[in-house]
Design a protein around this ligand. Structure first.
Ligand code: MG
Length: 201
């Protein structure tokens, strides 16, 4: 099982980090060991600037390579939420040097996962989701603001990587990313439904 992640897929998030808005999807990966077990994340000792990034996550439902765009929707049937935890200080240093981001993005516990829901229950063009930190809403967006939409992301990723049933696709974070500190509580909502809670230690 692999976790594919999309970077800078919302215009206002690209801008808040002073990044260019991409002309094609930016892909990186996390290993399966990045998935947080349980609901407690301890801030790793190697970072002083750990950020949350709430994202809609697709679960791939069948194997495929070089999937045509018009068939892409056949390859996912469930959606959930994930937090792409990012050591922003390390990522910034990697970016300055043109180095890969894995140390900042793929460490143990850097991916949270909620339960998954049938995507047919939602209007794919406008799936609302939001994140509360200590009870205050810090991210609030919907899938209609994604630069590259679900079908295109599945099509695009599969040009490079064979997708397998159970693979996960983090589809990028909207604006509002920020730092967490010990004692914080993060609550992730799909629409009005609370799907996941993470405590920061
Ligand atoms: Mg992200």
């Amino acid at each position: 099982m692999k976790i594919l992640c999309i970077g800078r897929n919302y215009v206002e998030h690209a801008e808040e980090l002073n990044n260019e808005v991409p002309k094609e999807p930016i892909i990186f990966m996390k290993p399966s060991t990045a998935i947080l077990e349980g609901a407690q994340l301890s801030i790793p000792a190697f970072t002083t600037d750990l950020h949350y990034e709430l994202e809609l996550v697709l679960k791939i439902s069948k194997t495929g390579s070089r999937i045509p765009l018009e068939e892409a929707s056949d390859y996912f049937s469930e959606i959930g939420l994930g937090i792409d935890f990012t050591a922003r200080d390390i990522q910034s240093r990697c970016k300055e040097k043109g180095l890969p981001w894995e140390k900042a993005k793929a460490f143990d516990g850097s991916a949270t996962l909620s339960g998954f829901k049938p995507i047919r229950n939602y209007d794919k063009e406008s799936i609302p989701f939001s994140l509360k930190k200590n009870g205050a809403t810090v991210q609030d967006s919907h899938s209609g603001l994604m630069i590259f939409k679900f079908d295109y992301l599945v099509h695009y990723c599969s040009q490079y990587f064979k997708l397998e049933a159970g693979d996960l696709l983090f589809t990028g974070t909207p604006k509002g990313v920020g730092r967490v500190q010990s004692g914080d509580l993060l609550e992730a909502y799909l629409g009005e439904e609370l799907l996941d809670k993470v405590h920061i230690n």
